[in-house]
Design a protein. Structure first.
Length: 740
């Protein structure tokens, strides 16, 4: 039976990729519009590919060197090092490929969305969302196919061929090799997200400060030399970077659940591996239901709510996944009690596991709703920033910072409740499976997220092409919703990171052979404080990198306005490629330092100070990183939509304020500050949290206080459990459980 379900997982991944190809072909067949639009879209696509090639060149050397180190180092079972290295390379390649898939379709869908907006809002939504769904389905399909296929290979290699027990070294090694796959995916995700974020925000800030504030021209005016780089940035940061990010998150969540699933004593019809296999199957079914739900995202007339259409698709994917999870858990897991040895031998039932999945989906939904409230136009938080813009730039900044800090309260309470509830339902496995449930609808979440940058690019092309006002109005509607969904997607990602990190943390404690993380010890408490500091220095480096690159961009734009006569009169074309080159070089150069901190800090602390201090470091990074991520994402999103509100006109103290007013200029400053918050450092927090945990998981056997697979006799206790099976037979099962 386990063979059927095991092989079903990669098949579901293949189905997802087939659907992705069909949707991609449909987008490609849509009309591209007039020559000017096609030319501008070509500049954007060319710039995006130039960035990816430059980034891939640097990351190629990183992957080769890291792979050699992994292959050279010792591991749990002899001769498995080279397999971990290969798994790492595969994970890195698929993560980069996931980013490429998203960027490739986005640079095709943008100009086609602009052309569709000439017809109707309905058609523009159809094209832009289909482009986003190509990315969402492609990323989830690659993750399900990659994890499912590699699990089959490693399961056969280390378990079946050796006759290994599922709780023995063979399965442990199979999962450790999968950890190498996850490490490769998250490593590339970090560099792609940070590098892409630096690129897009350097261009955006440069275009805003010189174009909108100094020259007084529209955001996407063809006369602005940085406008092409700005539109390129939407693709390399918000699409390619996001695709690699969500691919890594998806894989890490499944891995954490599988690792903890190995700790469950389960007498099931799957040879005892049902708790390990379950997260993979839920992910595969979530992919299929997300595909089904995409067909419900549509509007019938111009006045219909785009946000409501997206919410409808999201709800359908969640409800279908809940229903399928109930039947899967009921079928795969045995009757009676399950025993999780990690955490003092916790007993729970399969309905407890289902409850944890439901909790995870509820947490994800609530995080999206809360984030939407704090970043949406027309809601109290954004309105408060608008009002404070009327008294100047400083009060706008104060208002945005206040909103960002306030926005951490409800998400943290929801997360805390979710962690406690899922733990009570099924122990640490419940926490992990809650994260897996939350990430099951990643294809839909990412489709909703990715359509925003496509709509943003479409609006830019409409502006630069001088299309009628109603075209830009339609793309602006999509763009405004896209800003909100992007912020909600980041809230969803940071919530999943918190749950996944806790599960990875539990897996690390077991592999490292430590009994607890005792903060009464001075060295552990020191590690906790250092860990809490790392998200701050990481954010500092990322934001400073944006600042330096933006300064170069501002100087270049000013130079072109000064030295190229006729730009403002449309008599000369700006040198767009110079600005693209500045952003590309800056992002590649500046992404190294933040990435090095994430990768090296757990290695240095683990090998120098030991596994317990490293545990303290991970705890500090997780708590601090979650708070920083929520704060920065929401503050940036609120600042952005406060600025956009002025484009339609807002009432402040009885006076209508429009674009170009002093209050609007203050909101532009706030948005400029918020840009690196929400698009560079903020969304990188969830990768930082998971990447450091995965690095710790990979090095845990090397710094373990107890050799893998062995426990001193004084730590072994016998626990007798009377288990009742479906046939009514009762047996007394004796398990040797490690009580550290």
């Amino acid at each position: 039976m386990e063979q059927v379900f095991t092989y079903l997982v990669p098949v579901l991944g293949i189905i997802g990729l087939i659907v992705m190809a069909i949707k991609s072909a449909w987008v490609t067949k849509q009309e591209t519009g007039e020559e000017t639009m096609v030319e501008l879209a070509g500049h954007i696509a060319k710039g995006a590919m130039a960035f990816l090639k430059a980034e891939w060149k640097v990351l190629f050397y990183f992957v080769v060197i890291a792979g050699i180190i992994l292959g050279w180092s010792g591991t749990l079972v002899a001769n498995s090092s080279w397999i971990i290295a290969i798994s790492f390379v595969i994970g890195a390649f698929l993560s980069a490929f996931a980013g490429y898939l998203g960027m490739n379709i986005a640079t095709k869908a943008n100009v086609r969305t602009t052309q569709a907006a000439k017809t109707s809002l309905k058609k523009a939504l159809e094209v832009s969302f289909t482009g986003g769904s190509v990315m969402g389905i492609g990323v989830a399909g690659l993750a399900v196919l990659g994890m499912g296929s590699l699990f089959i290979v490693f399961y056969n290699m280390f378990v079946i061929s050796t006759g290994g027990d599922v709780n023995g070294d063979a399965m442990a090694t199979a999962l450790e090799v999968l950890a190498g796959f996850s490490l490769g995916a998250e490593s590339i995700a970090l560099f792609a997200r940070v590098g892409g974020g630096i690129y897009t925000k350097a261009a955006d800030v440069g275009a805003d400060l010189v174009g909108k504030v100094e020259a007084g021209i529209p955001e996407d005016d063809v006369r602005n030399p940085a406008t092409i780089a700005d539109n390129v940035g939407d693709n390399v940061g918000d699409v390619a970077g996001m695709g690699a990010d969500l691919f890594g998150s998806y894989v890490a969540t499944i891995l954490a659940s599988m690792v903890l699933g190995r700790e469950i004593v389960s007498n099931d019809n799957f040879g005892g591996i049902a708790p390990i296999l379950l997260p993979l199957v839920i992910a595969g079914m979530g992919l299929i239901f997300s595909i089904v739900a995409t067909s419900f995202v549509k509007i019938s007339k111009e006045t219909d709510s785009v946000q409501a259409a997206l919410n409808k698709g999201n709800w359908i994917s969640i409800l279908l996944t809940v229903g399928a999870s109930y039947f899967l858990i009921d079928y795969m897991l045995p009757e009676g009690e399950l025993v999780l040895s990690r955490g003092g031998s916790i007993s729970f039932t399969k309905m407890g596991v289902f409850g944890a999945v439901v909790i995870g989906l509820i947490v994800g939904f609530l995080m999206s709703i809360i984030t939407e409230y704090y970043t949406s136009m027309g809601k109290r938080p954004v309105n408060s920033i608008i009002k404070q813009s009327s008294t100047g730039h400083a009060t706008n900044i104060i208002g945005g910072l206040s909103v960002g800090m306030e926005s951490t309260v409800l998400p943290i309470l929801v997360l805390a409740g979710g962690i406690y509830g899922s733990f009570m339902a099924a122990g640490l496995y419940g926490v992990a499976i809650a994260a897996a449930g939350m990430m099951a609808t990643t294809a839909m979440q990412l489709a909703i997220d990715a359509f925003g940058p496509i709509a943003d690019n479409a609006g830019g092309i409409a502006e630069m092409s001088g299309l009628p006002k109603e075209v830009r109005e339609r793309t602006d509607i999509l763009d405004a919703v896209g800003n909100t969904t992007a912020a909600a997607g980041k809230g969803f990602a940071i919530a999943s990171a918190a749950l996944t990190a806790l599960a990875l943390f539990a897996a690390y404690v077991g592999l490292a052979g430590i009994s607890s993380i005792d903060i009464y010890k001075a060295d552990v408490l020191s590690g906790l404080f250092v860990g809490a500091m790392i998200p701050f220095i990481f954010s500092s480096l990322a934001i400073a990198a944006v600042g330096r690159a933006a300064m170069d961009m501002v100087n270049e734009v000013r130079r072109q306005f000064r030295e190229i006569p006729g730009i403002m009169e449309y008599k000369a074309k700006p040198e767009y490629e110079k600005c693209v080159e500045i952003s590309t070089k800056a992002s590649i150069r500046e992404m190294v330092a933040p990435g090095a901190i994430a990768l090296l800090s757990p290695i240095i602390v683990g090998f120098v100070f030991g596994p317990e201090v490293l545990g303290g470091l991970l705890a500090g990074i997780t708590v601090s990183g979650v708070l920083m991520g929520i704060f920065q994402n929401n503050a940036g999103g609120a600042w952005d939509n406060a600025k956009k509100s002025f484009e339609k006109g807002v009432m402040i103290d009885g006076v209508m304020q429009y674009k170009g007013s002093e209050a609007h200029k203050a909101s532009v400053t706030g948005d400029t500050v918020g840009d690196p918050f929400k698009d560079t450092s903020g969304p990188s927090m969830n990768i930082l949290i998971k990447l450091t945990s995965i690095v710790a998981l990979v090095i845990a056997p090397h710094i373990s206080e107890t050799p893998h697979g062995t426990v001193s006799e004084v730590e072994k206790v016998e626990i007798k459990k009377e288990i009742t099976y479906k046939d009514g037979k009762k047996i007394e099962k004796v398990e040797k459980i490690v009580i550290n």
